[in-house]
Design a protein around this ligand. Structure first.
Ligand code: SF4
Length: 349
């Protein structure tokens, strides 16, 4: 079993909070870039067929859907394309389906126009709702939407409206992230210069609690810190990362795991284009680092941590800090997930 991640690092505009590797095409044609991805895959392939394929970015919806077909044809299972609402038209939606996508992940972030504007999103709330309906009408029956809480100017009341309006659309999957101010982003500079202030801790807790309650009520399963799914609709691709399934990441900045070793491509389009299959570097990991990585990843999920990974002393500590699951594993409770760092720090070596 293996997964395939494909990074499309192009964005027409940089959102104020974003520190992903993305930017303009920088003189390359999208066709050339896809050829480089295919060349990288032909040398580094992990499997003939992948269980899951995820085309992420960046903004994959900035390039013609037909260009994605050779990549989406590499597996029969879950095949996701990330899109931005402003790129969704009936024609594009049909072309993503024809190219082989069977799942869409769309960044909505908020359904309040002033909040979208404050972080430089290019779409409105009405535009995002329209885009969702267009995807449904085209035939997508598996759609994931992203939201962010803690945005500048957001309050527990406006968050409540965004969540309620999103749930009314009845997506199959929801990802909700707490805003983090990453150094180097425009939002971080605005914070440092006092132009904006961070959302109060109590408000973040209230937003998280409302999110948990509203999604439970709507039938979602909170299966990972930031992810909620209707029964049977969890992201198989992301779940395979958490299960240590091997995956190949194509494109600049993409990470891979072949079952034993981790590697990554440089986050530099020019460097990548010179030698797509040879640009990667091996990430040296000590056994302790590997162990800690597995522990932290498992603690992010509702399935929880396998106690067999721990020494007897560690297990005693883990039983004190964590909840038992019916399967005999140990998990961080949903209420503690929001501020889980201190618990994870206690449990790593
Ligand atoms: S569209 Fe996505 S990847 Fe591009 S800048 Fe905005 S958040 Fe980052």
């Amino acid at each position: 079993m293996a997964g395939l991640y494909v990074h499309i690092p192009f964005c027409r505009h940089k959102c104020a909070y974003c520190d992903f590797y993305s930017g303009p095409l920088r003189g390359f044609r999208a066709e050339e870039y896809v050829e480089a991805l295919i060349a990288e895959h032909s040398v580094r392939r992990l499997a003939d067929r992948y269980e899951t394929i995820y085309i992420g970015g960046g903004t994959p919806s900035t390039i013609h859907p037909a260009l994605l077909r050779p990549l989406l044809s590499l597996g029969p299972g879950e095949r996701t394309v990330e899109v931005n609402p402003e790129d969704v038209t009936p024609q594009m939606a049909t072309q993503w389906l024809q190219a082989g996508a069977n799942r869409i992940s769309m960044g909505v972030q908020s359904l309040i126009d002033s909040e979208l504007e404050a972080v430089g999103r290019r779409h409105t709330a009405a535009g995002a709702i329209r885009a969702f309906r267009t995807l449904r009408e085209a035939g997508f029956d598996n759609i994931s939407l992203d939201l962010i809480y803690g945005l500048p100017g957001q309050t527990p009341q406006t968050w409540r409206r965004s969540v309620e309006d999103i749930l009314e659309l009845e997506p199959e999957h929801l990802s909700a992230y707490s805003l983090s101010y990453e150094p180097g982003t425009l939002l971080h500079t605005r914070l440092l210069t006092g132009k904006i202030t961070e959302t109060a801790e109590d408000d973040i807790v209230e937003m998280y609690e409302f999110l948990c309650t509203a999604t439970h009520r709507a039938g979602f399963n909170h299966y990972e810190i930031s992810n909620f799914a209707q029964p049977g609709r969890h992201s198989r691709h992301n779940s395979s990362y958490w299960d240590s399934t091997p995956y190949l990441g194509l494109g600049p900045g993409a990470h891979s795991f072949d079952g034993e070793r981790r590697s990554f491509n440089p986050a530099n389009l020019g460097e990548y284009m010179k030698n797509p299959a040879g640009a990667f570097q091996i990430e040296e990991e000590t056994p302790t680092e590997r162990h800690n990585d597995i522990v932290m990843t498992q603690l992010r999920t509702s399935r929880g941590l396998d106690p067999e990974l721990l020494t007897p002393q560690e297990r005693t500590k883990a039983r004190r800090l964590l909840q038992p699951t019916p399967e005999g594993r140990l998990r961080i409770s949903e209420a503690d997930w929001l501020r889980s760092d201190p618990i994870m720090i206690e449990l790593i070596r």
